[in-house]
Design a binder for this molecule. Structure first.
Ligand code: GAL
Length: 738
């Protein structure tokens, strides 16, 4: 395995063990007498305290006033955290060093041989992070493996069963076992004699280490959270629960979303609304892009009456047809916006596209911005797409649209820290307005960070590498993030449909046609699409797209119930195989397949061709389309045609597949065709509630159990504390597959 990078040195390990033993004894003695202990790390005094069950905080110096946890956390799901299995902490806090220097803070954390690390937020290029230098920085373009991305996180999890989270909004650098300090004598890196004559030889002598070093320039103090497992999955669950648990999107949010072209007008939007219903292509959400406003870069948040003469009629017509309307915007307030004057005193000292940047840390800015949006919400807007809240591409000299790191905000934070919080703050301001009306929303946003798992919002990007999109889906799971590998134009039919398959198997099934006049299945080439020059196979492709979207709709009850487990237990719905099969070495590097809930595995196809190699972890698996059986522990070449989803089901599963509906209405009842794989008896549970409000938090829900026995599937309901009086599911058929 590539991450086994160090040779072992017995003497240094022995010395290290003796040191650890003595240090542990001292720490334990102190801990017996006090709750929070103060221990002397190598360089700086640090305090140790328990934040929540299985979460230890190490602190040194004077941490910043606004940290990710102080801004976005603070509401841990303690009861659920207590229910998680408790294990021996697999990293000893006493072996973690915190240091405050004139430069800032540094942290160093031990790293065992054979440990692999994951995380750092929504990473696109890398998966296993050991042996890499990572710089999780906010960027609008995930251009390089360093870690610049829409949703960076100074947080990693280890296969040894712990997580390390640096609770800072500052820029950080993590050296993940890449470097060695000179006190680690004798060196773990083999020293090569002689003179290097080529770069390969030169680089072979570089040092590698058994610690992670973290650099936080500018910080006067630091807080490090050590999150216990015992397994990788438990670490992630504990982290999500520390942030309040996972979100439960409205049911309609899990249906199909189509975003129309940026310059759409009221009539063209309604033509789209008619198109989907006429062609019986399910669609729950229509998204409007910049053109709905009088000005968009920066934003006024005012409907353009030229293009949308009667927006209230538009919203109610869409509603009548079963659609939810989503509006694009960003947070930079145009001088013609009605909120410009009021929000000016609560904004930063740099403009973006000539617009003010609200300081959402201030209650005044939140209430002016949120209060104004409340009226859009009461007009019938169901969610927002919060664009451009990341940062201009910091690796290019000519990309300068955003506020700089030197920007000053009235709350006292600088631009560097604000970047890290901006997407999360912006989305929270708007989502709080929906909460006030007891309605769930499901937003798109382009930037996020730590402790956002409980917020119903999905990340997206302008980048468009399909392989990276799938890897990002795997990586999003380590940090409580949701990611949409959206589809736009394509270079071939295979490329288009493979992308469409992937997005159907993601948190949000979205086609983002913001620059396409017509649906891309009619013409996936951008230039020809604009000219209505449709493909000869347009009708066939429309049918194929419908089949894929129908399949997404069939999965909706399963997905919704998996999201409920995300909410309650913190288990991410979409997650890489290594979380479920940590003992299987083969899964350590797999970032092109992932679990969806507990019993489905996706293995998306990329590029041209209809087959790929799929790795099946232990057990028996079935192709959802053909019922072909696969033996776990093996790699198979598997074909999936364009009109089916590359999806596999674990033996022992009862999978309820809904008859596809055109949209999810308030009184939709899903008719379930159940498939039972490989066993005569099994069961599954579904979450049942109104699907739109927060009434489930007040106990208004049912747990529905489907039980397969004697060739039949029976449905039973256990009411939650207050119960849900409606009905969402009924069983119409059962098929047993050997
Ligand atoms: C981009 C965004 C696209 C689209 C476009 C409209 O920033 O990523 O999805 O919304 O803006 O201008």
């Amino acid at each position: 395995m590539t991450y086994l990078i160090c040779s072992h040195d017995i003497v240094s390990d022995l010395l290290c063990s003796i040191y650890m033993l003595v240090k542990n004894i001292v720490v334990i003695c102190i801990a017996l007498f006090t709750g929070a202990v103060s221990i002397r790390a190598t360089e700086t005094e640090m305090t140790v305290s328990e934040l929540a069950p299985g979460v230890t905080v190490l602190s040194a110096g004077t941490p910043d006033r606004y940290t990710p946890y102080s801004v976005f956390g603070g509401n841990p799901a303690l009861e659920a955290m207590r229910k998680l299995p408790a294990g021996e902490p697999s990293v000893d806090p006493a072996m973690i060093n915190l240091k405050v220097t004139d430069r800032g803070c540094t942290v160093s954390v031990p790293l065992g041989d054979g440990e692999q690390l994951y995380g750092f937020g929504l990473q696109f290029e890398t998966f296993g992070q050991r042996g890499l230098r990572k710089q999780p920085r906010v960027n609008d373009n995930p251009l390089n493996g360093l870690g610049y991305t829409h949703a960076p996180q100074p947080f990693y999890v280890s296969t040894a069963g712990y997580g390390i989270l640096v609770n800072t909004n500052r820029n950080t650098t993590f050296l993940c076992g890449t470097n060695e300090q000179n006190d680690n004598y004798p060196s773990r890196t083999a020293v090569r004699e002689g003179i290097a004559t080529d770069t390969g030889e030169l680089y072979r002598s570089r040092t590698a280490g058994n610690r992670v070093y973290i650099d936080i320039p500018g910080a006067k103090g630091v807080e490090v959270m050590v999150i216990d497992g015992p397994t990788l999955k438990d670490v992630v669950r504990r982290y999500n629960l520390l942030g309040g648990g996972g979100c439960l999107p409205p049911m309609w949010g899990l249906g199909f979303k189509y975003r129309v072209k940026g310059d759409a007008v009221q009539d063209s939007v309604m033509r789209f609304a008619g198109y989907f219903r006429d062609r019986r292509i399910p669609c729950d959400v229509l998204g409007l892009e910049p053109g709905w406003q009088t000005a968009a870069y920066s934003c006024t948040y005012v409907w353009d009456e030229g293009r949308f003469p009667d927006h209230c009629a538009l919203l109610s017509d869409l509603k009548a047809k079963g659609y939810h309307a989503n509006l694009w915007e960003h947070a930079y307030v145009n001088r013609h916006s009605p909120i410009h004057k009021d929000i000016e005193p609560y904004s930063g000292n740099f403009l973006v596209w000539g617009g003010l940047v609200p300081d959402f840390l201030l209650p005044e800015a939140r209430s002016i911005f949120g209060g104004y949006h409340a009226s859009l919400i009461s007009d019938g807007v169901a969610a927002f797409k919060l664009d451009e809240c990341d940062n201009s591409n910091i690796s290019r000299p000519d990309a300068t649209w955003c506020f700089p790191d030197m920007a000053e905000f009235p709350s006292g934070v600088d631009g560097e820290q604000m970047h890290q919080m901006f997407g999360g703050l912006y989305m929270s301001v708007l989502d709080d307005e929906f909460r006030k009306t007891d309605r769930r929303a499901y937003h798109d946003y382009r930037s996020s960070g730590l402790f956002m798992s409980s917020r119903p919002a999905v990340l997206y990007s302008d980048s468009y590498d399909h392989t990276e999109y799938i890897r990002a889906l795997c990586n999003s799971a380590f940090g409580g993030l949701l990611w949409c590998p959206e589809v736009r134009d394509s270079r071939s039919a295979d490329d288009f449909f493979h992308r469409l398959q992937t997005v159907m198997l993601s948190p949000e099934a979205m086609v983002n046609s913001w620059y396409l006049q017509y649906p891309p299945w009619l013409q996936f080439d951008r230039g020809r699409n604009e000219k209505a020059d449709f493909l000869p196979e347009a009708e066939e492709y429309e049918n194929t797209a419908r089949e894929l979207i129908n399949m997404r709709m069939a999965l909706l009850p399963y997905l919704y119930s998996a999201f409920n487990r995300y909410r309650v237990e913190g288990t991410p719905v979409f997650r890489p195989l290594v979380m479920d099969y940590p003992g299987d070495e083969n899964t350590l590097s797999i970032s092109d397949q992932y679990m969806i809930g507990d019993v489905l595995m996706a293995a998306p196809l990329v590029g041209d061709g209809d087959s790929r190699e799929v790795y099946f972890p232990e057990g028996i698996w079935y192709d959802i389309n053909t019922d072909t059986r696969y033996e776990g522990g093996n790699l198979y070449r598997v074909s999936t045609d364009r009109s089916h989803l590359p999806l596999y089901v674990k033996a022992g599963t009862l999978l309820p597949l809904a008859e596809p509906v055109q949209f999810v209405g308030d009184d939709t009842v899903f008719r379930l065709n159940c498939k039972v794989y490989g066993v005569p008896e099994t069961s599954c549970t579904l979450f049942e509630d109104d699907g739109v409000s927060y009434a489930f938090e007040r106990g208004e829900y049912n747990d529905v159990t489907l039980t397969a026995r004697n060739g039949k599937v029976k449905l039973s309901r256990a009411k939650g504390p207050e119960g849900f009086s409606g009905k969402r599911y009924e069983v119409v058929s059962a098929a047993f597959i050997d």
